[in-house]
Design a binder for this molecule. Structure first.
Ligand SMILES: [Zn+2]
Length: 94
């Protein structure tokens, strides 16, 4: 019977759970509420002054009131029917 060479045992120092003096964290500070992206920025289309709500966008002539036209810089476009209306330039030298 030959002696079985035992692999050298690695003596691992037992890791004792360190009890660090952790500064007590205050419970999660109130996070800023996640802003849900509304499908339509309908609130952007109105400007509320007192008890009056002013529409900031023109409504579609074809679709009628309730259908706002998108501001495309120099023109408004209705996303519903595709109607496009050009803005009237303020400084128009004709
Ligand atoms: Zn329209």
């Amino acid at each position: 019977m030959s002696k079985k060479a035992e692999p050298p045992k690695k003596e691992m120092p037992k890791e004792e759970p360190k009890e660090e003096a952790k500064p007590e964290k205050p419970e999660k500070a109130a996070k800023p509420e996640k802003k849900k992206k509304p499908d339509k920025k309908i609130h952007m289309l109105y400007k509320v002054e007192g008890d009056k709500a002013t529409r900031l966008r023109p409504t579609c002539e074809r679709c009628g009131t309730g259908y706002f036209m998108a501001d495309h810089g120099n023109r408004f476009t209705c996303g519903h029917c595709g109607f496009t209306r050009y803005k009237h330039a303020e400084n128009e030298h004709a």
